[in-house]
Design a protein around this ligand. Structure first.
Ligand code: HEC
Length: 152
């Protein structure tokens, strides 16, 4: 009898331990989920300040940006001339980028709409932008693309 209750005692300790571990892992998971949701940009490089964005774009290369929008398949969704495509055409961004979120400079608006695309949605479009561009592209590549978009 004595040995049986000790065994039972040990077994319930194991159950408590497993429950505790599950609770800890769930907590960690929720924490990750929440911080991911808040930062939006995920685990990649931290978002740049407005001044850093402007400085990068001042040095950027729009010709390279024109190649990058093909290389990163942006133009698969952003089709110039498409009346009602999956994504708004890049055409007109030299004007539109200033008016989408008037409190932001066109450069900062474009940076955020690439790195954190769900923060603001162009009216009439679904949130179809890839979420990981900030991780897949370097800051310089993003700046080159923005310099190109500002000429469209
Ligand atoms: C799978 C389709 C898809 C791909 C690929 C894609 N986008 Fe988009 N993009 C969208 C959609 C849909 C919107 C409109 C909804 C929104 O604002 O996120 C959008 C919005 C934007 C905007 C805001 C445009 C505006 O008129 O204000 C910019 C800038 C942009 N995308 C840049 C890019 C760049 C740069 C790439 C490639 C590195 C890219 N997108 C790849 C679907 C896509």
């Amino acid at each position: 009898m004595a040995t049986q209750s000790t065994r039972r005692g040990r077994r319930s300790w194991a159950v408590y331990l497993i429950i505790a571990l599950v609770v800890v892992f769930l907590g960690l998971f929720l924490f990750e989920l929440l911080t991911f949701g808040i930062s939006g940009a995920g685990a990649g490089s931290p978002a740049l300040s407005d001044d850093e964005i402007l400085a990068l774009i001042a040095d950027a290369n729009p010709e390279n940006g024109a190649q990058l929008v093909v290389q990163f398949a942006c133009t698969a969704c952003h089709v110039d001339g498409a009346e009602k495509g999956i994504a708004p055409p890049f055409e007109g961004l030299s004007v539109n980028a200033a008016s989408r979120q008037p409190e932001l400079s066109p450069e900062v608006y474009l940076y955020r709409s690439i790195v954190n695309p769900t923060e603001y949605l162009v009216p009439g479009f679904a949130p179809a932008m890839p979420q990981d561009l900030g991780d897949r592209m370097t800051d310089e590549q993003i700046a080159d693309v923005i310099a190109y978009l500002l000429q469209q």
